[in-house]
Design a protein around this ligand. Structure first.
Ligand SMILES: *[C@@H]1O[C@H](CO)[C@@H](O)[C@H](O)[C@H]1NC(C)=O
Ligand SMILES: *[C@@H]1O[C@H](CO)[C@@H](O)[C@H](O)[C@H]1NC(C)=O
Ligand SMILES: *[C@@H]1O[C@H](CO)[C@@H](O)[C@H](O)[C@H]1NC(C)=O
Ligand SMILES: *[C@@H]1O[C@H](CO)[C@@H](O)[C@H](O)[C@H]1NC(C)=O
Ligand SMILES: *[C@@H]1O[C@H](CO)[C@@H](O)[C@H](O)[C@H]1NC(C)=O
Ligand SMILES: *[C@@H]1O[C@H](CO)[C@@H](O)[C@H](O)[C@H]1NC(C)=O
Ligand SMILES: *[C@@H]1O[C@H](CO)[C@@H](O)[C@H](O)[C@H]1NC(C)=O
Ligand SMILES: *[C@@H]1O[C@H](CO)[C@@H](O)[C@H](O)[C@H]1NC(C)=O
Length: 430
């Protein structure tokens, strides 16, 4: 009874789900009626005919009416609701073919666009007509357009979201671009061979996301960057930055994500960092930071990712195992003058640094274990300060060995039994 009463509604739902798409797909148009539409008279389109012709002249594959069937295999198109014809607001070109080619005349007709994305489209760039450039709110260029200039990007004056990745940018520095983008909230200029220094001023004070990773930026991190009080994420990794972290870095109270890895930064970890209540992700790896590792890092409640490896930190690691286990990722290896207290931390944690001697100095240069690059994942629990026993490495409870011996014995005896059984069986049959 109960079973059948369940089955019927479920099968009804299936039937409904299968018919719904058909119902929604059928209405749009009756294509059989319109005679062969020539590209010059796209009368059946709800998109402005000028814009449809522009798309066609750029060799961008589109359907007859891109506004009602916005998604083709490679492109995303969105239109507004204006009458009598819709206008393009959004155009994403993805994996475009070689015959797509930009022309200024065609782009002039497309200046209603607010969102323009090129993703894997290594076609030749053209300078955008000024009306298009100033209308754009969002511009993405990912492995596309071969190369760009700072001047080109500086024309996108109203852009709030800029993402240029994997395209070389010729510019004397980021300031050329950022000084003109007064409204930018999220900026990613990454893997772009961008040279020059980080700008001190000239950021939009409202900016929430800065990613200038994988470039050739030089010089110091300016103190004034810590005045960006809405900054949520700062990624300056893989550049050639020098000097120390600004002591006022803790003023960035909204910051979740801070990465300055793979630069040439030095000095110690500023104390103000403890006053960043929301910091989740801190990556200082592969620099020349020195001094001792501050214990206050353990008081940062939101921290989940802490990477301090490949630096010159020294002294005794001030963390206990409950802090390290609370983190999702903790890396500390390749700090030659740093050691851990082996009465409080187990060697099983494979921290990649050596234990301390009585004087708090590393016992020996750390043996480069193959797993020193691995993240520590807290799966063993020995909070008592017993000295480590390196024999039972995995799943080593105190009762572990006995169970293993028992299991092996049972397995062996059943194999022996099976063999005897088979021999007896074969003799019978013969
Ligand atoms: C674009 O090409 C890449 C690699 O060839 C492929 O992984 C990706 O799925 C393609 N994207 C689209 C939207 O076709
Ligand atoms: C873009 O910015 C210019 C000047 O900065 C302004 O005059 C214009 O109204 C803006 N356009 C849009 C669409 O916001
Ligand atoms: C940056 O420059 C290097 C060396 O000149 C080159 O190999 C690399 O392809 C460039 N990167 C980009 C995104 O063009
Ligand atoms: C700052 O951001 C807020 C919300 O994100 C927005 O309302 C405001 O207009 C922005 N101000 C400036 C100067 O960009
Ligand atoms: C922080 O940055 C890392 C690496 O760039 C990224 O994987 C992670 O998702 C980011 N986390 C947040 C909270 O933005
Ligand atoms: C750390 O590095 C800075 C700059 O390189 C240097 O001035 C300072 O003496 C170093 N401190 C220690 C404790 O080694
Ligand atoms: C570990 O360190 C944290 C932070 O210093 C502290 O709050 C906690 O009580 C310590 N836990 C143990 C078991 O010592
Ligand atoms: C290691 O920790 C134990 C227990 O907290 C302490 O007695 C000992 O002095 C520490 N060793 C060093 C070198 O600091």
């Amino acid at each position: 009874m109960e079973e059948t009463s369940f089955v019927i509604p479920i099968s009804l739902i299936f039937v409904l789900l299968h018919t719904l798409p058909i119902l929604t797909l059928s209405p749009p148009t009756s294509p059989s009626k319109s005679p062969l539409p020539s590209p010059s008279t796209p009368s059946s389109s709800t998109l402005d005919p000028k814009q449809l012709r522009a798309l066609q002249s750029l060799n961008i594959p589109t359907s007859k009416d891109p506004c009602t069937t916005p998604k083709t295999l490679q492109n995303v198109i969105h239109c507004d609701n204006s009458k009598p014809f819709h206008h393009l607001t959004s155009l994403h070109l993805i994996n475009c073919s070689d015959d797509v080619s930009l022309s200024i005349t065609a782009l002039k007709s497309l200046s209603t666009l607010q969102d323009l994305q090129f993703i894997n489209c290594p076609i030749a760039p053209v300078s955008f007509p000024s009306e298009l450039a100033s209308n754009l709110k969002s511009f993405t260029c990912f492995n596309s357009l071969r190369k760009l200039t700072g001047v080109f990007l500086s024309h996108l004056v109203n852009v709030t979201d800029l993402n240029v990745t994997g395209v070389p940018i010729k510019a004397s520095g980021p300031v050329i671009i950022l000084a003109h983008l007064k409204k930018v909230n999220k900026v990613t200029i990454s893997n772009a061979n961008l040279t020059g220094n980080l700008p001190g001023k000239s950021w939009n004070s409202n900016i929430s996301h800065i990613d200038l990773s994988k470039n050739h930026l030089k010089g110091k991190i300016p103190n004034s960057i810590t005045e960006l009080e809405n900054l949520y994420s700062l990624d300056l990794s893989s550049n050639q930055l020098t000097g120390e972290l600004p002591t006022s870095i803790g003023d960035l109270i909204e910051l979740r994500n801070l990465s300055v890895s793979s630069n040439s930064l030095s000095g110690s970890i500023p104390e103000s960092i403890v006053s960043m209540p929301s910091l989740v992700y801190l990556d200082l790896s592969s620099n020349q930071f020195n001094g001792s590792i501050p214990k206050f890092l353990a008081d940062m409640k939101s921290l989940k990712y802490l990477n301090l490896e490949r630096n010159n930190f020294q002294g005794i690691l001030p963390f206990n195992s409950s802090f390290i286990k609370r983190l999702e990722v903790f890396k500390i290896g390749e700090n030659a003058n740093l050691c851990y207290n082996h009465t409080t931390l187990s060697s099983k944690m494979k921290l990649g640094i050596s234990p301390c001697d009585k004087n708090g100095l590393p016992i020996s240069p750390p043996t480069k274990s193959p797993s020193s690059d691995d993240d520590y994942s807290g799966d063993d629990s020995d909070d008592d300060s017993s000295s480590e026993d390196s024999t039972s490495k995995k799943s080593g409870g105190h009762h572990g060995p006995n169970k293993v011996v028992l299991g092996v014995a049972i397995a062996l005896s059943s194999i022996v039994f099976l063999i005897i059984f088979l021999i007896l069986l074969s003799r019978r049959c013969a």
